[in-house]
Design a protein around this ligand. Structure first.
Ligand SMILES: [Zn+2]
Length: 302
């Protein structure tokens, strides 16, 4: 059977079980339905064949994610263009600053004696490699650039007037939402519907709907020396005032509301912020239960 249909059936079955335990007005429909975890719009099984429910990678594929669950096509597409592209460019730009050999070239401009050459830059084992892109340069300026460069090579000047600038454009707030969204989806895949169908999670979905409004005060920690492949979900139990669900995605740790308490999320963010040190680390050890990283939606708590 199509993986998407299998995932639909598992998710729909669990969703019905959870909804049957909730005090709802009215009856549940007989037909099976699955709700997109991002917008909570319910879809029938036929939505899979119609392409309205799609497989989503968590985190996004562009930052090393893998297929994890079904979201609706609209949420999946919007995330790609509104958030995930910013997270991907941010990651590329960080990798460049750290001198990582990624095989990806970034747009760059080199200057010799102030004469520009537009092209690309990338790290190789031998150092930074710059390439001019002919169609982005005036042929005369390009020739002057190489002439000046050759003159420096010939003169063996130990301090040539050479510089380059790498151009990356991303929106920090949107890159952030991309990581928060990935953490929300990973926590959903591990813990299930009971985790996300609570009022305390509403602001997360509102933030995804309105990327340009700052709805969510969040706390996101970056640990630049972490392995990009690291994936962990920790149900933090100690210290007590920091009870939460911590999701580790490579260098990002995202703190989501606790599984059981419905303490306002703002309180958690305030406590976390007060424990933050100048180097962006937490001055405290978080202790709790680790949840296995989901390879598909597992619904452990449903
Ligand atoms: Zn959706």
């Amino acid at each position: 059977m199509d993986k998407r249909l299998r995932w639909f059936d598992e998710g729909a079955h669990k969703l019905r079980q959870v909804l049957e335990r909730l005090p709802l007005d009215g009856e549940l429909p007989d037909e099976e339905f699955y709700a997109c975890p991002c917008c909570l719009v319910a879809y029938p099984r036929a939505a899979v064949a119609a392409g309205l429910l799609t497989i989503e990678d968590v985190p996004p594929k562009s930052v090393g994610g893998r297929p994890l669950l079904l979201t609706c096509k609209r949420c999946n597409n919007t995330a790609g263009s509104d958030f995930d592209s910013h997270a991907a460019i941010r990651a590329e730009s960080d990798a460049f600053v750290r001198g990582q050999v990624t095989g990806r070239a970034l747009s760059a401009t080199a200057h010799v004696d102030g004469i520009p050459l537009r092209g690309t830059a990338q790290w190789t084992e031998g150092g930074v490699q710059l390439f001019g892109v002919p169609k982005r340069n005036d042929p005369k300026v390009q020739a002057a650039h190489f002439e000046a460069l050759d003159a420096y090579v010939e003169s063996r000047d130990p301090a040539p007037n050479f510089s380059f600038t790498v151009h990356t454009r991303f929106d920090e707030a949107r890159a952030r939402v991309s990581w928060i969204r990935a953490a929300y989806l990973a926590a959903f895949a591990a813990l299930g519907w009971v985790y996300i169908l609570r009022e305390v999670m509403d602001p997360f979905r509102d933030q995804l709907k309105q990327p340009d409004v700052n709805i969510l005060q969040t706390y996101l920690l970056r640990t630049p020396d972490a392995s990009p492949d690291e994936r962990r979900i920790l149900l933090v139990e100690r210290p007590d005032e920091l009870r939460c669900v911590a999701v580790v995605l490579g260098e990002h740790t995202i703190f989501l509301p606790s599984l059981f308490e419905s303490r306002p999320y703002e309180e958690l963010v305030e406590v976390l912020a007060s424990r933050r040190e100048s180097d962006d680390r937490l001055s405290i050890h978080l202790d709790g239960k680790a949840v296995p990283w989901p390879t598909r939606a597992m619904y452990f708590m449903d």
